[in-house]
Each structure stands twice: as structure tokens, then as C-alpha cells.
Design a protein around this ligand. Sequence first.
Ligand code: MV4
Length: 446
Amino acid sequence: MFNKVLIANRGEIALRVVRALKELNVPSLMAYSEADAHTLAVLEADEAVKIGPAPSSQSYLSIPALIGAAVSRGADAIHPGYGFLAENAEFARQVANHGITWIGPSPESIEMMGNKSMARQTMQNAGVPTVPGSKGTIETLDDAVSFADAVGYPVLIKASAGGGGRGMREVMTPGDLEVAFSSARSEAQVAFGNSDVYLEKLVLRPRHIEFQVLADTHGNTIHLCERDCSVQRRHQKLIEEAPSPALTPELRERMGQAAIKAMEATNYVNAGTVEFLLDESNEFYFMEMNTRIQVEHPVTEMITLTDLIKEQVRIAAGEPISFMDKVPFTPLGHSIEFRLNAEDFEKNFMPSPGLVTALQWPGGPGVRIDSHLYAGYAVPPNYDSLVAKLVVWGSTREEALDRARRALSEVRIDGIKTTVGFHQKVLEIDAFAKGEARTDFVERYL
Ligand code: MV4
């Protein structure tokens, strides 16, 4: 096991990692920016080191600052959390070059999955279902036209270097293809410094279903069932649940095996997420693979009784997965996560940083709060607006929904606006209560 782990992140996930390290009896070292000196993860960690000023470019995104901090304080491993440099292959490589263990997959895995067109081709070769689409990138308008004519409209243009929905163009009719093709390419060039695009048939009203996967260095590759993340707004997830109300045990088994195949095809090690689109006739297609721990990992922990962060650390330290006796997993009950963002959802989700003057969390059976907030803490304006994750568990989905309503009504966060009211509205909508939400849910009902 490690002598000291540097946490290259902030907010709730930094605190989550500190907690896991404490339970593993591994000393934690929090890297923090000037804006985060008083955050809970810094107060709770065994040790903390300032890495730079508030702007993330000079702190949480600064490879030299983070590696310098790890080397000077004698850390022998780095946990990157999610966001920031978590999927930066160059960072992972430099960490390893300094003799420090990266708690995550190899730089090669990160790089391959970062190129969405390459990931897609790899999955096709491995026999994982993908949306009918172009073989590799499409270079010319002529090729785009022939592809779209062959597969039929509507089609979707995607940036090879994209992901998370950036640089996508829906093309409903042949007349729109030329403009969409050139604007997608120039947008990709500006956003990613790479104008490569590829085409897929557009899947209408899909669900976003993702599988949590784990692999160790002893040859164990497993999945821990799925999460349904269909409630999103502008590609930002708002609510996630496990298991998906749309999956039967039989479909879960088929998708889970496809997810495992995806990992084995790339010699993947550590935690990852394989994202699928599920269409209205329950056909599923590989979409992307995320090479990090995700915000929504707690719902998986709740229905599998596992600790995914501890497992990431164990795997990176060369230990085998600690719960192979529980494989294959059957979801235990139902869990739903509500992201509480410091935003005014009634004003177009405008950021609402500032001082938290009073704070009261819900409690009781089946309620989990992952948050770095405390009364007197000032949410800085510099970073992502996620301030808490309210996670409920119930023996059935209905019980989880009742608990969610009860727990949300107990939340009191004074001084800043949050998305609590948004979630209360969602819980009143019949389609959500029935488990029918698809990716168009927010624009359709809210
Ligand atoms: C799609 C799609 C429909 N058809 N691909 C959005 C983010 C990126 N990971 C892929 N995305 C999509 N790819 C085909 N061929 C619809 C989406 C999509 C979406 C996917 C998951 C969750 C929310 C979404 C919202 C809009 C579009």
C-alpha cells in the first residue's frame, strides 16, 4: 500500500478521496489552491500543500505545480478525482515518469478513449455494438453525403476529439448537411485544435445508460451494473440512478458483458465507465468510455455495497479486487443521486457562489450526503458549481422516490441558491416517477 497519496482535486470528490484513504489507513495530502484553503477536504486531510492561485490553470490544471507538490512532500501516488486533469494522458505519463503511481488507467487507455472515433473503431473490432456510422473520420463533404445517403437521415456529426456532447451537429435533411459539416469541422478545430469529425445515424430519444467497470492487475475484469443518467441539461447530468428502470436482468447481462468486452479489448485497468445509448426498441450502442471515477459513482456503491474509491486505490497498489466473491452483482434495492449545484435554476441555472450562512442536512434511513459544505464556508466563484450530492437508497424505486421527497424537504442551505427546488419539481413529474425519462426529459417537461 502507499505511503502517502496526493489528491489532485477539490470540492466534494477531494473529501470523498480523503475519507477513503482514512479508512485504508493511508496518509492523505491535499493539493489546494488559494481559494480552497478553508475547504473541508483540506481540514480533514492529514497534510495539505498549496499549489497556486485560484484560477485552475495555475493550480488544479498545472502539471508542474501538482508534480512538484507530490515530489517535495514525498507522495508515492496521485488520485486525480474527476474533471481537471483526470483524463489527461500527459499528466498520467509525467506522474509515472517521476516514479509516482497514477490511481487510474494507463496513459495509453486514456489516450485511446479520448479519441472518440478511435474508441468507436476499437469497439467495432472487438464486437461491441456501435451506432451505424462512418468507418473512421470523414474528410470531405462528398464522403459525408454518400455516408448519410447510405445510412439514411437523420444523422449526427461528431468531433473525433469531442465527447460530452461538444462539437455535435444533428442533420435532419440532405439540404442541411453541407452547412452542418463545415460548421462542425470549424467548431471542432476551435474547441479541440483538431477538425476531424465522423458521422453516425442519429438515435432518437435515447436513454443514457452507463456501466461501472473495474479491472485489476490480476486478470479480474468485472462490472457493477448500470446507472441511468437520462436526466441531463446541456450535457450536464442532474439526476442519476441505479439500477436503470429500463433494464431487465437479461438486458443488464448482455450490456454488462459488452462493457467487459470493451475493457478487455483495451487491456484496461482500474475503474472506468462504459457509456451506451439505449434506443426506444431497447437496442444498445457503445457511445464513449470514461477513464476516471465519475460524479455519480455513489449510486453504484449503494446498490452493490462497495467502496469504489478504496477499490481504485487497492487496484493501483497492485492488490486484487477485494469483493470478487460478490460477482456477478445483482442490484440491491434502488439508489438515486440528486446533484445540488450552487445555481439559480429559476434564472437559467445561473451560478450562485457566496457565503453559506446556515446549513442543515437531511438524515435518517437511506440518506447519504457527499459534500464539502459547512455553515460559514464561502463557495468560490472559480470552479464547477457542484456543492453536494444527495443520494437516497430504498428497497424499491418507489421507496427511494419517497425518501428523496422527504430528504429534499429537510435540506436547508442559506446564503446561496441551489438546485434543490429543481429536483422537487422533477419529483412531481409523472414521467420521472414512472421511470420513463429519456435524454430529452428536461427540455420536454421543464
Ligand atoms: C448520440 C445521440 C444520438 N445518436 N449519438 C451526447 C454526448 C455524447 N457522449 C454523445 N451524445 C449523444 N450521442 C447518436 N448516434 C445523442 C446524444 C445525446 C445525449 C446522449 C446521452 C445523454 C444526453 C444526450 C443529450 C443529447 C444528445
